[in-house]
Design a protein. Structure first.
Length: 464
C-alpha cells in the first residue's frame, strides 16, 4: 500500500476492489486512510501485535491468521510500504495460491526524504542486528523510543556516534548526528533513520573493506613510495614479528594491546592479499571465502552429520576433515605438511603430535624415561669423541625425545620452555641485584657465594 496516502498502484487498487475480503496488517498508517476514503471495508490485524513475543513470532502469527481468514475466498492482505519489506509476506508468497503486488517501499520513501540518490540499503529496525548493512542506509519501523535507542547503539557501533544521519517522521526530515537518533520528539509507524555515505577520511569506524581500500591507496602510483616498493619477501618477517607481538599481548592479558596487535596481524595478511590481487591471483573475497568454507567443511560435527563428544572428539573430526581436504592419504603426508619455517621446538611438537596419531609414539612415561637415558648416553659418548657435528645430532635427538615426552604428558613444550626462560631471566635479575647490592663482582664469586645468592634469588622468584 506504500507509505503515504494514495501510494497504491493501479494493479493494487483493482486487486483490492475485486477481493472478497480485505485485511490490513495495521490500521494505524496513512495507507489505511487510503482505503477508508475509497469506501473499502477492511479488517485489521493490530491485535496480533500484543499476542506476539518478538518480530519473528509476529510475522508467523500474521501469516497464519491471513491463511485462516483466506480459507475458501479471494482475500487481499495489505501491508504498508513495499510487500518485499514485510516478513509475513515473505512467508505467504511461498504458497502456490498467493500472488504479490509491489508498491512504494519504505526504503525508497526514506531515501527520497533524506535526499539519498542511487543505491542504498534498507532494513526494518526490528531486523537490524540480523542483516548485513552498508551505507547509505535507511532504517524504517523505528516506532518507539526504546527501539530508537537500540538502533542508535547498533549504528553508532558500526559507523560512529558522529555519523551524519537523517531523522524522518511524518512531515519532518532533519539531519542529525547519530547520537541524537533517540532524542527526537516523535516515534511512530512513520519514523525512519537514514545514514549517509561517509568519505573514507571522515570515518571514525572502519571495516575490512576500508582497510583494503587504504592499502590499495598506499600501493597506488600516487600513493606511498615505501608501500609500493614492498614484495612478499620484503615484508615476510613482519608477519612473524606481528604474530609474536599478538602472542605477547595475550600472555600479558592486555586487551587494548591484543586489539592493536590483532589489527596489525590482519593488516599483514591483507597486504599480502593485495599484492596477489595486483597479479590477478586472488583477492580479499577469495581469501575470506576460503577461510569460511574451511571452517564449515572442517566442523562437520556442527554443520554436517558427524558427531563429536567433547573437545577431543571435535579435534578428531577436524583432523579427519583436514586430511580429506588436503588429499592427505597417509600420516606421512600430514607430517610433511608442517611448515619448515616454524621455530624448531614448535615444529618438533607439531610433528610429534602428527606422528603419534600415525602410530609413532612412546607407550608410557617409563618408555620415555628409558629412551631419554639412551639418548643422553649417546650424547655423552659423542662429547667424548669431540665430533661437533655428531654432538649436535645427538643433542637434537635428545630434544626430540623431550618433545615426545611433553606430548605424552599433555605438556605444551613451546609454552613450557617459554615459561621456564621467563622464570630463569627473572631469577638472574634478582641474583645480580643481590650480588651488586653487597658490592661484589658477579664474575668473582666463590662457588659457595654463588649458591647462597642463587638460593636467595630462587626464594624471591617462584617458578609458578
Amino acid at each position: 500500500m506504500g507509505v503515504e496516502k494514495n501510494d497504491w498502484t493501479e494493479r493494487a487498487r483493482k486487486a483490492i476492489e475485486c477481493a472478497d475480503k480485505v485485511v490490513l496488517r495495521t490500521g494505524l498508517t496513512p495507507s489505511a486512510q487510503t482505503l477508508k476514503e475509497a469506501g473499502i471495508l477492511f479488517q485489521t490485524l493490530d491485535s496480533m501485535y500484543e499476542k506476539s513475543r518478538n518480530f519473528q513470532t509476529l510475522a508467523r502469527n500474521l501469516a497464519a491468521e491471513v491463511i485462516r481468514l483466506a480459507e475458501g475466498i479471494n482475500l487481499c492482505y495489505c501491508v504498508d510500504g513495499g510487500a518485499c519489506e514485510d516478513e509475513s509476506v515473505a512467508l505467504l508468497r511461498k504458497r502456490k495460491d498467493a500472488s504479490v503486488i509491489e508498491g512504494v517501499s519504505k526504503g525508497a520513501y526514506g531515501a527520497a526524504r533524506a535526499g539519498i540518490v542511487g543505491g542504498y540499503t534498507a532494513v526494518s529496525a526490528y531486523a537490524l542486528r540480523e542483516k548485513k548493512i552498508s551505507l547509505p542506509l535507511v532504517v524504517y519501523d523505528v516506532d518507539n523510543r526504546e527501539l530508537a535507542g537500540d538502533v542508535k547503539l547498533a549504528l553508532a557501533d558500526r559507523f560512529g556516534d558522529e555519523a551524519e544521519a537523517c531523522y524522518i517522521a511524518q512531515n519532518t526530515a532533519v539531519k542529525i548526528p547519530m547520537y541524537e537518533a533517540d532524542r527526537q520528539k516523535t516515534y511512530d509507524h512513520s519514523t525512519m533513520i537514514a545514514v549517509y555515505e561517509q568519505p573514507l577520511l571522515a570515518k571514525k569506524r572502519f571495516d575490512t573493506e576500508d582497510l583494503a581500500a587504504i592499502l590499495r591507496l598506499l600501493r597506488a602510483p600516487d600513493g606511498c613510495p615505501w608501500d609500493r616498493a614492498q614484495t612478499h619477501q620484503s615484508i615476510r618477517i613482519n608477519a612473524i614479528e606481528e604474530a609474536y607481538e599478538l602472542v605477547d599481548a595475550i600472555d600479558c592479558n592486555d586487551a587494548d594491546k591484543m586489539c592493536e596487535e590483532a589489527g596489525d596481524v590482519m593488516m599483514q595478511a591483507l597486504f599480502h592479499t593485495l599484492i596477489e590481487e595486483e597479479r590477478g591471483s586472488f583477492n580479499l573475497t577469495d581469501l575470506l571465502s576460503g577461510v569460511c568454507e574451511k571452517l564449515i567443511t572442517r566442523h562437520t560435527h556442527v554443520f554436517g552429520k558427524d558427531k563429536a563428544a567433547g573437545a577431543d572428539g571435535a579435534l578428531s573430526v577436524w583432523d579427519k576433515n583436514k586430511m580429506t581436504e588436503k588429499h592427505q592419504t597417509t600420516f606421512s603426508d600430514a607430517v610433511n605438511d608442517v611448515p619448515a619455517c616454524f621455530p624448531a621446538l614448535l615444529r618438533a611438537q607439531k610433528i610429534v603430535k602428527r606422528m603419534a596419531k600415525g602410530g609413532w609414539d612412546f607407550q608410557n612415561p617409563e618408555s620415555c624415561k628409558k629412551k631419554f637415558a639412551e639418548e643422553a648416553e649417546e650424547l655423552a659418548a659423542a662429547v667424548k669423541r669431540g665430533d661437533k657435528k655428531e654432538i649436535a645430532g645427538e643433542f637434537g635427538d635428545l630434544l626430540m625425545v623431550l618433545a615426545h615426552t611433553a606430548y605424552m604428558l599433555g605438556v605444551d613444550s613451546e609454552q613450557a620452555l617459554s615459561d621456564t626462560v621467563k622464570t630463569c631471566a627473572a631469577r638472574y635479575n634478582e641474583w645480580e641485584r643481590l650480588v651488586l647490592a653487597d658490592g661484589k663482582d658477579v664474575n668473582a664469586l666463590s662457588s659457595e657465594e654463588w649458591q647462597a645468592y642463587y638460593k636467595r634469588a630462587k626464594e624471591h622468584v617462584s617458578s609458578r
